[in-house]
Ligand binder design. Structure first.
Ligand code: UD1
Length: 334
């Protein structure tokens, strides 16, 4: 059985769908701090399969132990955690407590129950100002610009120390680039609370007239059109990367680190134009000052994941825009 923490969240729910489609036995835990109960029903509807669910906080050691006692868990994928960059600057302790103490509690319980296969959701944010582009996994890490990013960096270090102390652990660290889009059914998707900080959720709200216009944060970067360049990856491609990571842990032992990106860099203006073309909706925008902590260009070299996991992203920027919009349309937010 595979335990998925944060399985009702954005990336977690898409991964649970892929796991169930692969015929895996899945247990989800979530405390719905940034997700909805309804997502669990949507997952069942998409897959026509059932799974076990516990509404618990992964910081609650007692309840977490109960899950391990009651089930024969083989591996754990950890999606639970806070993820809003701006909020993490305002509430650093909340972020350090939830993300780091949560991961520590989970790992310690895993150790007690002798479950030692672990997949961790990290982020390209650990590269800070990237040493080179495209970014390979051996680029230096550190220099994160906010507590959210630092929690990812620290948990990676904790995992490396843990593995060093006991190499019977098998660990995959996945460094996500910029996940966007939704499952093509339109039943699950991204739903940030309040005004979104990330580009795609903001664009869909402008296109659906919930927000007036997009602010493009800077058009004077050293990029092809002056706006920031990122490696957007369809969340379903990303979810499939987790299946490959689990397969890796079933056959090879060690601690492995992979970038999950497409290897393509697209600018903010590329994204706006593609979104308008695919959906036929207008995305009014204005040029605003640069956002603090942003870098000009960030995209992956995904070669290692292709070679070692036999995984690569297949969906295009058009697919990402189409599916992000489809979710909004299906959920009555046009
Ligand atoms: C951000 C986080 C990163 C996190 C990732 C999750 C920061 C500094 N980094 O990455 O740690 O892992 O989200 O997906 O927040 N943009 C606009 N207008 C907007 C929003 C964004 O022009 O209203 C631009 C940004 O300047 C950037 C690009 O769009 O060039 C992508 O921004 P965003 O979606 O926030 O992602 P990142 O900043 O790359």
């Amino acid at each position: 059985m595979i335990l998925v923490t944060g399985g009702a969240g954005y990336i977690g729910s898409h991964t649970v769908v892929e796991l169930l489609n692969e015929g895996k036995d899945v247990i989800v835990i979530d405390n719905f701090s940034n997700s909805k109960k309804q997502t669990l029903d949507s997952i069942k509807k998409i897959t026509n399969k059932d799974f076990k669910f516990y509404e618990i906080d992964y910081l609650d050691r007692e309840k977490l132990e109960k899950v391990f006692k009651e089930n024969q868990i083989d591996s754990v994928i950890n999606f639970a955690g806070f993820k809003a960059v701006g909020e993490s600057v305002i509430k650093p302790l909340d972020y350090y407590i939830n993300n780091i103490s949560g991961a520590l509690t989970l790992l310690d319980v895993m150790k007690k129950y002798n479950v030692k296969k672990f997949v961790f959701s990290s982020s390209a944010t650990v590269y800070g100002e990237p040493e080179k582009i495209p970014i390979t996994e051996d680029c230096k890490i550190g220099g994160t610009t906010n507590p959210y990013g630092t929690t990812k960096l620290y948990i990676e270090q904790i995992l490396k120390d843990l593995y060093k102390s006991d190499n019977t652990w098998d660990i995959v660290i996945l460094r996500y680039f910029n996940p966007v889009g939704s499952h093509e059914s339109g039943l699950i998707g991204e739903e940030p609370n309040g005004i979104p900080n990330n580009l795609m959720p903001y664009i869909v709200r402008v296109a659906s007239r919930q927000l007036k216009e997009l602010s493009i944060f800077g058009n004077d970067y050293d990029t092809k059109d002056g706006t920031g360049v990122r490696d957007y990856i369809h969340v379903v491609d990303l979810a499939k990367g987790h299946i490959k990571a689990l397969q890796k842990l079933e056959k090879d032992q060690g601690l492995f680190i992979y970038n999950l990106g497409t290897g393509n860099g697209y600018s903010v203006l590329d994204m706006v134009k593609t979104f308008e073309k695919v959906t036929g909706k207008k995305v009014p925008y204005k040029i605003a000052p640069r956002r603090e902590g942003d870098i000009a260009t960030c995209y992956s070299d995904p070669t290692k994941a292709k070679k070692e996991l036999n995984w690569e992203a297949t969906k295009t920027l058009e697919d990402m825009c189409k599916d992000a919009w489809n979710y909004i349309e299906k959920n009555g937010k046009k």
